[in-house]
Write a protein that binds this ligand. Sequence first.
Ligand SMILES: [Zn+2]
Length: 670
Amino acid sequence: MAHYPQETFLNVKLAPGSFLEKKRHTASVASLKQQLGFLKSTGRYEAFKLKWLPVYDEPPAIWPIGSWLFWDSDIGKWLEGACYFLHTDYDAEVDAAVQELTDMLSNAQHDDGYLNLHYSIVEPTSNRFTNIRDFCELYNAGHLLEGALAHEHYYKNDKLLGPMIRYVDLMIKTFGPGEDQLHAYPGHPEIEIALLRLYERTQDKRHFELAKYFITERGNPKGVDGRHYYDWEADKRGDDPNARPYFYPERTPSNWYYSASVPLVEMQSVEGHSVRPMYLLTAVADMVRMDPTSTSDFQKAIVRLWEDMVSTKMYVTGGIGAMPQYEGFGIPYFLPQGTDEGGSYAETCAAIGIMMMVDRVLQYDLDGSFTDIMELAFYNAVLTAISTDGRKYTYINQLASSNANPADRSEWFRCCCCPPNIMRTLAIIGGYFYSQPASTEVGAKHVAVHLYSSSTLEFTASDHPSKLTQTTNWPWGGDIDFKLETSSKAVSVSLRIPQWTSDWSIEPVPPLKEVTKGYITLPAEYLAANPTFTLKIKLDVRMLASHPFVNTDIIAVARGPIIYCVEDFDNPWVDDHFKSLQLDPDARVTERGVKDPSTAEEYVSLDVHRGASLLPIKSLKAEPSIPWRTLTKAAADTQLIEELHLVPYYFRSNRGGKGMARTGIRRWIR
Ligand SMILES: [Zn+2]
């Protein structure tokens, strides 16, 4: 079995009408063409015809980055997602667009293999690779290469992959440890992910070695002439040492913003821009799988940085990145819910990066503590970023709205990394459900089930064509019926038992109920005797608190993998973005199946009965403090909310309203 969801999704048939099949279908019939329309109307689509566009005359929106600098990646991601959908949902217009883009890209390629928009038309090509830190040539190339891999997989020709391999050949000549080479590595990781996937396809060791070079050289304090490469490069460019790019956390150099302050094996915490370390660690995890013997320090770094992130820098939704100023991680336990409370960013691409990274880790370490977070991030921080009709998006996934940043969505963004990213992720979502971990002794006869959703996996168990089908109403129902069809007597199956559940069972009862690192393994003998079995996971309503060091006494409500929020649509009395709302964690909560009439979305809503209230906030004034007894007395004299209605966080901002929403609610002071 291939290792990547970008390929394994074709082995997984999503059951028609199931929750995730509907999400994927919407991305296919709505998002794909809606995004194609914006690629065309914004100039991206024809950009590689290399004609001058008025936008190139505009001053950089976020100095020094011109708004077209990522267009290559927008095209690469769209093209990649389009090729995935063509396998299953053929569309002639999409097919024609992919082929036309392929022709434009290959015609724009330079004789020596170079391919990049900015340095082909806006700046002279001779300036290429002079701002590897900020101008994202290699990030763009990575997305074009991933697009080319998807293109080759669908079209079975090398019209795009051939040119991209020629570009990689140029990179192999340009970057490396040699005296005549640049000791550089991309400011925004991505090419490493693509190169390792390319290596899996070509088995050309040079592709692996280039990715490994970028990863190991990153953050070298003495990379060139005894200096950090980015500092050396900035001086060579003649950068003003006092010039501070818009997105910099502090005056230059801010190499920690790029996850490049020190070599990764020495890094103690995730810092800086939140997408970059996730993409970097995705590649690192893939490298570990491919070459575990020489990469054990990297494997330790993955665990160290992961634990730092999950325990001190992650929102209850699985979102990461508290700092809007630089799209990145804040200090430990700094997790404000809204921008008017100090920050809340949680960019969609960062949450997608979590999914990619966990997928790679699970290939060599079947550990449910990773999978639980992948599921959390997917159902909340990722799914919330696309509207139910697939035509509007969020880039920032704040946990609470404010007047400055109401809960709303946009059809497009000037820097538009997130919409095509979520589209391509939904295209291959089935590929995240299962894996056949290569490292296990039973090898290809062992299937691990990571995510639950009605679907059928087709696989081969020692030459025996086999199928594993799951039927479930997940994430709303916790019963999952499995059916294994195989003539092999040697297939074993591991099932993830989420750490958050209070109870679970399997019928018929297996011989051992031992859970190892979040998975129970059903042995071949059990499955041969019981090809149909049911996993029952209790989906309790859970009241969740922050770590005490976050210093916000709030409660978030969850059920199964879904995090809930309050919206003004269901609670129209709100006028302060639910700031004065308080919630009793012991309140009675009931569940209700809903089919929303305006969106046709089906979900479970939660109702809190006589367990929420409004603090009489106008009677409270800090001068500069409030005596505790005054506060508790005011809290006791609160205005009761008879029924507070909650909806899944991913469903926010779909039904109109005043744009008021909140996830974590102040704990009711008693
Ligand atoms: Zn993004």
